[in-house]
Design a protein. Sequence first.
Length: 245
Amino acid sequence: MSEPAQTETTAEAHFTRLGAGYDDEAFAGAGLRWVSERELDAVRAAFADLPEGARVLDAGAGNGRVTRVLDAELGLSVTALDAVPEMLTTIERWNPGTRTVLARLGEPLPFETASFDAVVSLRVLKWVPAWEHALTELARVVRPGGRVVVEITNRNSLARLGYRHAPVTPVARRSVREVGARAGICWTSEAAGTHLPFALWRAASGPSALRAVAAVQRGADRALGPVGARSIVLVGERRPSTLEP
């Protein structure tokens, strides 16, 4: 088995083990909820002008954190894709009207070209060694003029070292922009998810600690923008010409 396949299997095993408990691991406590809401606000802003019922793919949906915003708040028609059956079961329980699809990013997606009006993938590409192929496939399944929102772990951030030995693939902003452009994505904006390590946000479990850490984050936003951020949310649109013969 190749090294990328071993890494991908390890990541999948990690999320299979967590299952419905993933939300407690990733979003419990005031600090982690603050970061989560910041990411969700980026999605809300990117999709605010989509018409009700627009078709959106939540790629790497987990237990449905983003799916619930797209469905319940924005009134969009969501397809939730994930590689872990237990997580899709959780989505089906909480959002019974959501279409769920068992599939892996980094492999060909089981959708026709231009199937969706938008795609979103948060906290997922870092777990996909074949992230270039994953991004290209996400671009393929979006219609011309459709929206693309992805989050990456920034290779140029020291905060990424907080992942330690986790099977994470950090990437450079420039590489993501170049791969996306070749796949037909015209990037329109980007924003820092957070500059600070996960451990600091997890430790900020109470109101006063959160105020202090959030103040540092806002200062980093003003001074650095996405540069040096541990995670970056990129927003783009699918160029119409790329789907022509």
